[in-house]
Design a protein around this ligand. Sequence first.
Ligand code: PEP
Ligand code: MN
Length: 341
Amino acid sequence: MIVVLRESADATDRDRVRALLESRGASFRPLEAGGRGLFVLEGEVSADLSRTLATLPGVDGVLPLRQGFVLASRRYHPEGTVVEAGPARIGGPSLVLAAGPCAVEDREGLEAAAEAVRKAGGSLLRGGSFKPRTSPYAFQGLGEEGLRIHRETADRFGLAMVSEVLDRADLPLVSSYADVLQVGSRNMQNFPLLKALGKVSRPVILKRGLAATREEFLLAAEYILEAGNPRVILCERGVRSFDPSLRNSLDLGSVVLLKEMTHLPVLVDPSHASGDRRLVVPLARAAVAAGADGLLVEVHPHPERALSDGPQALLPADLMALSRDLEVLAPVAGRTFRRAP
Ligand code: PEP
Ligand code: MN
């Protein structure tokens, strides 16, 4: 359980909470987070103690640990957070488009994708050089060579570089190249990695786990925030469903709920959410209508030759069509979106 004090709580309020906890023999840790005092109780707490704590002066709320995403919560941070990443301001009035191939494969392909991203009004160039693949025999990414190509291409086209970090050991290398670090779904609960990301001065795109609840998702974000990095961007990318006819099922209700539950920006990845190019643009439109702060989309100049995720990659012309849709839709969703002049 976590006792959250009000920002206005003074030393007397704190001492009162502390004295009550001590008198009940509770073991607790006092913490400071986001300008507030917290008392974290790891053991079981009686309903009676919990109720008494909640009514003390200076106490804002008492949360069970599984809802204890204090730093991520909008309740304690009503203003939406805007995360700056290169030319992008994610979470501001302008919709953000991050796009690129699933993986960095070669310079020519990445340049063709980057050109499409820039023309479409995108500001971030995605592409993994360390790929989380279901099979150990599948293409695993180019590693540092891919990071180098990605950095040079992003710079050439004036885009910020988004790259996935798979392992804590790769963090210094990936963050020496990338502007934004992506944590993939399979790593959403890699807690040592999340803690290490808290020490890095780079924004982090955290993707929702394949079968993670919203509370688990926000607690994963809390790990990064708590460890000291305030620049966290959430990404809905579909969850596992019972129906194998699509790769995943896009949880758009979650976009609406997350925007209420947290002040962090929320992107939607319609590519992994569907696994099927035909659905990507319609789902992207729906995501914007539901209140997403932007999109993370896969695009490839020759999807039939892609080494990963070809069937869900948009062609450059599809990305342009999406961009035109975004221009029309953005004002309806209370946003702006501008294609490159
Ligand atoms: C990716 O973005 O290419 C990726 C592997 O995504 P996810 O972690 O959402 O499966
Ligand atoms: Mn992919």
